[in-house]
Design a protein around this ligand. Structure first.
Ligand code: SF4
Length: 263
């Protein structure tokens, strides 16, 4: 068994992988993007599609930010996506290294997106972020699975701070994974909870693009069917969702490549 990673020193980040891809969802869908997948997450979503990064650190390495900058420079896309795991769930020292990396990326002219579960508002990093992509999670635990989280919930106060900061300036998108009921339809409780959360967030999120996507660890036709059923459910309730900028959309990389890694 591999020994645990040492605590990252100054200028190092815990990274599972980094590679050039086409962004698969949200406002930057289809944009060539260098993805940097940071290791470790404070949640344990059973539908997580990056468990190798969030649930354990077996694939993690300590990478100097200079090497990451070199690799981004070799690929040279417009966008760099900091994802995970949870990029903002770091020690103060590692957060400082993340800030250095993002500042250097901005100085070189890249646009920086951060993917977060929304439980960590780091205002000191805000100036380096062009797009906050926030996917709040809540009690999505499945009985019988070992992968469970003791704190599987969003933090309304933190989400409000996020929506009042980047949301006001058009640099925020919200994403929600909708789980599937046994008969294959979107779980009504999930849709009700999204609506309740959006109401709780108030007018700050009226202009924020909101993406609903089905839980999708299944490849191929089953995934497309889940998307069709989620789309049909939202169309049937179109009036109830009309207060928000709602979009039903699959994760395009999953449509193209299924569960393949590094796509
Ligand atoms: S918050 Fe995101 S990265 Fe963390 S376990 Fe859930 S889906 Fe995975």
């Amino acid at each position: 068994m591999r020994a645990p990673l040492p605590v990252p020193g100054p200028g190092f980040l815990r990274v599972t992988e980094d590679y050039l891809c086409l962004e698969g969802e949200g406002l930057t869908l289809g944009a060539p993007t260098h993805l940097i997948r940071l290791s470790g997450c404070d949640l344990r979503c059973w539908w997580c599609d990056s468990k190798q990064s969030s649930f354990d650190e077996r694939e993690a390495r300590l990478i100097p930010i200079a090497r990451l900058l070199k690799r981004v420079g070799a690929a040279c896309p417009a966008w760099v996506s900091m994802t995970g795991g949870e990029p903002l769930w770091r020690s103060a020292l590692e957060l400082a290294s993340l800030g250095q990396l993002m500042k250097a990326l901005k100085e070189r002219g890249y646009k920086v997106k951060i993917e977060s579960n929304g439980r960590h508002w780091r205002p000191e990093l805000d100036a380096f972020i062009d797009l906050w992509s926030v996917a709040p999670k809540w009690d999505g635990r499945k009985q019988g699975l070992a992968q469970r989280s003791p704190a599987m919930d969003f933090d309304l106060g933190t989400l409000r701070q996020l929506c009042q900061g980047p949301g006001r300036t058009g640099r925020l998108q919200l994403k929600f994974v909708i789980t599937t009921a046994p008969q294959g339809s979107p779980r009504p409780a999930d849709l009700a909870r999204v609506k309740a959360l959006l109401k709780a967030l108030g007018p700050e999120v009226k202009q924020v693009p909101i993406y609903l996507t089905p839980e999708g660890l299944l490849p191929g036709a089953d995934y497309l069917e889940r998307n069709r059923r989620l789309g049909a459910a939202i169309q049937r309730q179109a009036k109830a969702w009309a207060d928000w900028d709602i979009h039903v959309a699959p994760q395009w990389h999953r449509v193209l490549h299924g569960d393949a890694r590094r796509r």
